[in-house]
Ligand binder design. Sequence first.
Ligand SMILES: Cc1cc2nc3c(=O)[nH]c(=O)nc-3n(C[C@H](O)[C@H](O)[C@H](O)COP(=O)(O)OP(=O)(O)OC[C@H]3O[C@@H](n4cnc5c(N)ncnc54)[C@H](O)[C@@H]3O)c2cc1C
Length: 481
Amino acid sequence: MSQQYDVIIIGAGVAGLYCARHLPQHLKVLILCKAQPWECNTFYAQGGITIPKDKQDEALHIQDTLSAGGGVNNRECVEILSQHSNVILQELIQSGFILDRDDKGQLLYVKEGGHSCSRIVHSGGDATGRNLHTHLIGKLQATLWKNAEVVDLLIEEDRCYGVCVQSKFGLQNLYAHQVVIASGGVGGLFKYHTNAYTISSDLHGIILEHNLALQDMEMLQFHPTAYVSNPQARKYLISEAVRGEGGVVVDEDNKRFLFAYDERGELAPRDIVARGIMDYCSTQKKSAFLDVSAFSEVDFKTRFPNIYRDLSTNKLSLPKQKIPISPAFHYSMGGILVDSQGLVKGMSNLYAVGECACNGLHGANRLASNSLLEGLVFGKRVAEYIAGHSIQNPIRHFPLCEEVLQKEGDVRLKNVLREIMWDKVGIIRSQSGLDSALGGVEVMLESNIGRMLRLRLLVAKKIIESAKARKESKGAHYRLD
Ligand SMILES: Cc1cc2nc3c(=O)[nH]c(=O)nc-3n(C[C@H](O)[C@H](O)[C@H](O)COP(=O)(O)OP(=O)(O)OC[C@H]3O[C@@H](n4cnc5c(N)ncnc54)[C@H](O)[C@@H]3O)c2cc1C
């Protein structure tokens, strides 16, 4: 059975949902997501959404974004992001999205690392992502299929004709005149990460298979403060906002050590904080903790209800007890190479948006809380572009993907890959580490593996090759040698 849509969107995070919201209503739109809709990074976002307060602050926000990105950002995209933020804020408020306000009804803004002032709005304290996702899903008009895993794109020359998807209906091809990839980042490649379990770079791998480009894949951001003592692959993130509002990083002797790495201490950009913690702990043989004792219990619970609840479940008594922390993989600045409209390079009707895409906005490092805004601004932008560029694909029929998706032994190799990526392609890199990682990945690629693992390995290989090619340290890419 083949089905024809006007637009298929792969991914139901902020980027995919906001794109869907802005597509013309007469279009037949289908959104696919790999598991339950809430299993995405958007849902887990805590801190908030960057919204510059006025025109003057827009200029400062642009400056802060460029400076976090090491000056190699695409300035046009940075300007688009900042200059569209207030329209997005108004749209969200008008459509009923509730943001935190003070007693007088004024929006509450907080500051995070790398921002020169408080300009991050939030919802439900630390539940911004959860509330935003619930809000967007609640307003969704398009059809959404959950537990629908895209395993291939149907591409011929510069046209995408649809997707091959595995769902409760089995494996089938779905056809569309335009296809939007909004499949998130690459968290599943790393042993320690903060991402939803659905985020495993499948579409990045498919892009490579079709000889399309990934860009800046060595630029991976590690969050400095994750609670890693839980058994799940997804490590629990302690939002930047906790540090922004008074949480400090200490060792077991309560010594604050981050000022030795940057004069901004805990509020330096996250790669500097993450490296500082890794370096201090390994050279001094110490452990790192987040001390939140500056908060009263009521204040902490009110401002960070989810962190309070989730860590209490892990038997931590906050704010009295220090939280054991470690850096963990968090965000991918690199991704599928697109132009400022979101069009995939070399394609005429295939788009990528959100964390899966690379339009150069983040440069070598992302400024905190710029990515929900990116999904909103550029999701809408892709929708508007599609609305203005009607494309009708001629009828084509593609064979189904024949490769076995999973094979016995894949789970074990997936874990080997995660160890390799964490140990050798993580926060601090060296030529010998990268060479050995590449060797390990190539051996696995030669073995008897299923398609989905092969796609991950192709992306891992690309990340390692990009890291090898960039000899100097830049932004989040740090080379010991
Ligand atoms: C713990 C955490 C906290 C964060 N806090 C903040 C914050 O406070 N502010 C901020 O700006 N950013 C924050 N971020 C980053 C931000 O949440 C993400 O960058 C952003 O939400 C990504 O949105 P997205 O729509 O691109 O992807 P996601 O929200 O990750 O959605 C990806 C979608 O793609 C689907 N998918 C993936 N592969 C397939 C496939 N093969 N087939 C079908 N579907 C597929 C998934 O099922 C999912 O629906 C945080 C991230 C994390 C992990």
